[in-house]
Design a protein. Structure first.
Lengths: 122, 195
């Protein structure tokens, strides 16, 4: 339930609240992202691979991108400029690829620390 | 008899050959004195070398991957290895031999193989059975950041939710692949075009 509520801190969402995320909640979110990345690594890898050779594997990338955009339209405030950037297919490739790379680099036992450091360096 | 240890991740694997340091009372299955290592990438030539080459090559991969993510120009150059991005998806690696009259080995790897290789290196670094000199791993938060951590946490309240949201959407969309069945699509196409 707590994690469910934390979603509402995201200013890109259609409705959001401005409660500050506590450091332990921030850590918990990172741990969840890392554990999910470990579990989904084979799929993340396939999506990255599909973009390397778009002629052969375009179906995987197209399905992924389509679902990504569907979810953004469903949950995010599409009037926001930042969300518009995410929806723009010409611009969102780089954001998606870099996010996928960050997740794929953080699946080791020290993945939590690595992801935390990547975020501090942003 | 030398010990061999392998670390695998999808299309990449690294094999470490060496001996334990008995003067340090180490177990017989430990490797502290590395005599040889081999990095195997599917569909690419075998990369092997001595211990003095392993550290710089691992460093190069870690530094390059950090540059790639941080929106900086992803170029790494050294006496032993050069890595630069051809584009967002393909990376060009030049391995220079320390022996004279040996041409450099040029490899092109995609993001998937780059992340497999880094995950192999992570496994090697984290293995309690292999002791190597610590390479560049961004695990420690720099002093400057630590001092301003409280301000940072406040700043992260703006930054983290969108990042986590994008990641969760990506992870959620990734799981969507579970439902993709290429065979169904082929059948549908056959129904549309019965030829």
């Amino acid at each position: 339930m707590t994690i469910w509520k934390l979603r509402n801190n995201n200013p890109l969402r259609k409705s959001y609240v401005t409660n500050n995320i506590k450091p332990n909640e921030f850590d918990a979110l990172i741990r969840i992202a890392v554990e999910m990345s470990k579990y989904l690594y084979p799929y993340i890898r396939e999506i990255l691979k599909s973009k390397e050779d778009i002629e052969e594997n375009s179906v995987i990338w197209n399905d992924f991108n389509k679902r990504f955009i569907e979810l953004i339209k469903e949950r995010f405030n599409i009037d926001s400029m930042r969300v518009k950037k995410l929806l723009n297919q010409a611009e969102n490739d780089e954001i998606i690829i870099k996010s996928l790379l960050i997740l794929s680099f953080c699946i080791s036992d020290q993945g939590y620390q690595k992801l935390k450091n990547f975020l501090y360096d942003f | 008899m030398q010990n061999k240890l392998s670390f695998h991740q999808s299309s990449a694997s690294i094999e470490i050959i060496g001996l334990p340091d008995y003067s340090n009372n180490e177990n017989k299955d430990q490797i502290s004195i590395i005599s040889q290592w081999k990095l195997t990438l599917v569909d690419k030539p075998l990369i092997e070398g001595k211990i003095e080459h392993l550290g710089p090559i691992m460093d190069a991969f870690y530094i390059y991957s950090n540059l790639l993510i941080k929106n900086e120009i992803p170029i790494y150059e050294s006496k032993l290895i050069d890595i630069k991005a051809d584009n967002l998806h393909i990376h060009n690696i030049v391995l220079k031999s320390s022996k004279p009259n040996v041409k450099p080995l040029v490899l092109k790897i995609g993001n998937s193989l780059l992340s497999d290789t880094l995950n192999c290196f992570d496994q090697l670094n984290e293995s309690p059975k292999v002791r190597i000199k610590k390479t560049y791993i961004p695990t420690k938060i720099p002093k400057k950041l630590r001092l301003g951590l409280n301000e940072k946490v406040k700043f992260f309240n703006f930054l983290i939710p969108p990042f986590i949201a994008i990641c969760s959407l990506i992870l959620f969309s990734s799981s969507f692949i579970y439902f993709y069945s290429p065979f169904e699509n082929i059948e549908k196409k056959e129904l549309i075009n019965p030829e």
